[in-house]
Design a protein around this ligand. Structure first.
Ligand SMILES: Cc1cc2nc3c(=O)[nH]c(=O)nc-3n(C[C@H](O)[C@H](O)[C@H](O)COP(=O)(O)O)c2cc1C
Length: 344
């Protein structure tokens, strides 16, 4: 029996295996209303039928101007929450767990009337210059994370993931590359972390289930102001103290800088492993983990606690049954007998 396809308990969340569908924007919302469509029910349902243990929805905005594009999901009103509840029920019917990734895109909100950010610096030449947030505006965004978490709770979501990675608003605050503030939300690492702490508190007071956070553990930036791994580990310890249940370790997205090393299978796992050395809470890994043998190796060697699959699941909805064959795991159960007969 493989570790990849065996049960896990992550901060109280029981999972039937260690494969998580990584959040991926599908840009399939219609009418700019942030509401799930039949596309999403089919898209996530297919992955539940394929036995993914946990599905994390694509980036779901906590307010309209926090969307990456107008075709993103949102969770700022009850209509959106009602549809989410139906999706949660469908995924539970199919035997998987489902969580929601809450996000504010900040300066990367490409369709916002006026993008906002910690400081008034654009992401790149193709993006507009954001307005620097005032303190009351920051407090409003924090409150909106809390309200969205309440809607996720009412919808029955199994977990909530705070998006603190890929250059979106919370990541923009965490990094001195994008945060040049000199008030209580900028300057030292602790001050740059402040909004994240407040968002966690707001989520926690509205949602009692597991709370995860996605972080980019490298900015691939060479300007000298980027967070070092020991800065990220300090943030990891604060997150642990704040009661976060898992750190979802990704990288990049803050600037258009790319890795200065070859991008190979499992290239982001070393960041997860370094984080794991410093915190007791579980850490997941993501990024070019298409090979189930590599996933099993990572888990067996305690380099990460869960495996997130993104594009591999988009390309191949049978990824888990293929992984079971590859790993000679006889315990893997397909959704029903017809599905398993189909494989043999
Ligand atoms: C189409 C697409 C959309 C994505 N959208 C999101 C997103 O909404 N939130 C997020 O945290 N990551 C997002 N990502 C990143 C993935 O979750 C994942 O970290 C990345 O694709 C690397 O994993 P992979 O090699 O298994 O695809 C997206 C990736 C793709 C390909």
């Amino acid at each position: 029996m493989s570790l990849l396809l065996s049960k896990a308990n992550i901060g109280g969340l029981n999972l039937k295996n260690r494969v998580v569908m990584s959040p991926m924007c599908m840009y399939e919302v219609k009418n700019e209303d942030g509401i799930l469509t039949p596309f999403h029910f089919a898209h996530y349902g297919m992955r539940a039928i394929s036995q993914v243990g946990l599905i994390i929805t694509e980036s779901t905005a906590v307010e309209p101007d926090g969307r990456i594009t107008k075709n993103d999901l949102g969770l700022w009103n009850d209509q959106q929450a009602d549809k989410l509840k139906s999706l949660v029920n469908s995924i539970h019917y199919l035997g998987s767990k489902i969580g929601v990734q809450l996000n504010h895109a900040g300066r990367k909100a490409s369709d916002a009337d006026i993008p906002v950010a910690p400081s008034s610096f654009e992401f790149s030449d193709n993006y507009r210059t954001p307005n620097a947030l005032t303190i009351p505006q920051i407090q409003q965004i924090v409150e909106n994370f809390g309200k969205a978490a309440k809607r996720a709770a009412n919808a029955g979501a199994d977990m909530v993931e705070i998006h603190g990675a890929h250059g979106y608003l919370l990541h923009q605050f965490l990094s001195a590359v994008s945060n040049k503030r000199d008030d209580e939300y900028g300057g030292s690492l602790e001050k740059r972390y402040r909004i994240v702490r407040e968002v966690i508190e707001a989520v926690k007071s509205n949602y009692s289930g597991p709370i995860w956070i996605r972080l980019s553990l490298s900015d691939y930036d060479t300007t000298g102001t980027q967070n070092t791994m020991s800065d990220w580990q300090q943030i990891g310890r604060w997150l642990e103290a704040s009661g976060i249940d898992l750190i979802d370790a990704s990288t990049g997205g803050l600037t258009d800088a790319s890795p200065d090393f070859p991008v190979h299978d499992g290239y982001q796992t070393k960041f997860a492993t370094e984080m794991k050395q410093d915190v007791k809470i579980p850490v997941s890994t993501v990024g070019l983990l298409d090979n189930p043998g590599l996933c099993e190796y990572i888990l067996q060697n305690n380099q990460a606690d869960l495996i997130m699959e993104g594009r591999a699941l988009l390309r191949n909805t049978n990824w888990l049954s293929d992984a079971a064959k590859y790993l000679h795991d006889k315990n893997f159960k397909a959704f029903n007998d017809s599905y398993s007969r189909g494989q043999n």
